[in-house]
Ligand binder design. Sequence first.
Ligand SMILES: Nc1ncnc2c1ncn2[C@@H]1O[C@H](COP(=O)(O)OP(=O)(O)OP(=O)(O)O)[C@@H](O)[C@H]1O
Length: 441
Amino acid sequence: MTDSTTAPPSKSSAGQPSSGANGRVVTGESIRLEGVVKRYRGQTKPAVAQLDLEIDAGDIVAFVGPSGCGKTTTLKMINRLIEPTEGRIYIGGRDVTAENPDKLRQSIGYVIQSGGLFPHWSVSKNIGTIPRILKWDKKRIAERTEYLMDLVGLDAATFADRLPKDMSGGQQQRVGVARALAADPPVLLMDEPFGAVDPITRARLQDKLIAIQHELGKTIVIVTHDFEEATKLGDKVLILSEGGHIEQFAPPEEILANPASPFVEEFVGSGATLAHLTLTRVRDVEIRQVVTARVGEGSGTVVNRARAAGEDWLVVVDEHGRPRAWPSIAEVSAKPEVSDYLDPRLPVVAQSSTLNDALDSMLATSQGGVLVTDGRGAVIGALNIASVMEAIRGQLADVRDDDHVGYLDHTEGSAPVDTPVIAAEDESSAADTADEPSAER
Ligand SMILES: Nc1ncnc2c1ncn2[C@@H]1O[C@H](COP(=O)(O)OP(=O)(O)OP(=O)(O)O)[C@@H](O)[C@H]1O
């Protein structure tokens, strides 16, 4: 990836990057909604009845809530794609309800599901959309485009001239994020950005967003239907009920530990255990060191290196340290030098990935381990399934009901009740199979 010296200096209207409360770089701006109301014409009830909300500069905030509660309406009022009926919205202390809406939208990044790219424009032309409107010179646009493609993990030489239709959904979504960041806006609004991609790609895009956020420190508001996604991405989660009513606005840990209302408890409901697992990141678990080898190195040398470290496997990396394959020493020994083979099914997660993501990745690739990479995609170690399971078991034990009596605590004879039927085929299917021979074991 490009190092930061080749990136155009960050020039958000927030001024110089500052350091947030948690020591992170902040180039984003705060967002404040004051008495915001939205009444759509012809509707008896307001979509958003009365909303007061303050989002800190440099935070990611996830909006969740049942369908129709006003998430998208609220998001689109921030960049005035939807005009508030009443109230004021401030970005970095500036009252944006009084600004020219077109100018405002040029200064706020906006990402929608599937990227929303212009289909007949190449990737680079798509990314340069706002800088062209802002009349940046060609050289500056070209440099910015290259930097952003690198930031979102797309090789400029391969993708700059491609049309969106010739890319995967996840790649298109990365272009959507690069385009939204083109003019270095302090605020990024995202409406269900990862809704249309498969779970593994989704986890990778979420990790990429977290890495970008750590590097740039924008203020990001994201609408999602997925509470697990909200807990993974959000520094804070906003739970709304009908009419844009705030049920709770707090860090995910706090929502899980102290749901503010029965509504929140029910909304979080069955997803709570899963969400607890989402709170544990790969970086919270001890990762194993791996032996790496560069493409083109002599096989004898790298096999000796692996043996000396007591490893049967080694990770082949490119010149940036990014993993390409994870062969055994027997496989490496079969060729004179380390091959440039790129394994399309390599299980890889980021440090910001959740234990769920790590497990998903292992299951999807049928591997017993997963490689762990840093924010720039370079390999830093591996996790095996046993350590993930151990951490998950610890998490589940923490959230399990304290009153639960386990097998070892049980006093013999104190539960003289019939065994309940917890799971069984329904009668019709049981009848259907009654005459069939029983399967061999
Ligand atoms: N253009 C419109 N005209 C009239 N009513 C609308 C309009 N757009 C949204 N609404 C209504 O406003 C309310 C809030 O809609 P909004 O799209 O903000 O909800 P949401 O929480 O984003 O929903 P979802 O999760 O289903 O996307 C809903 O009752 C919806 O039917």
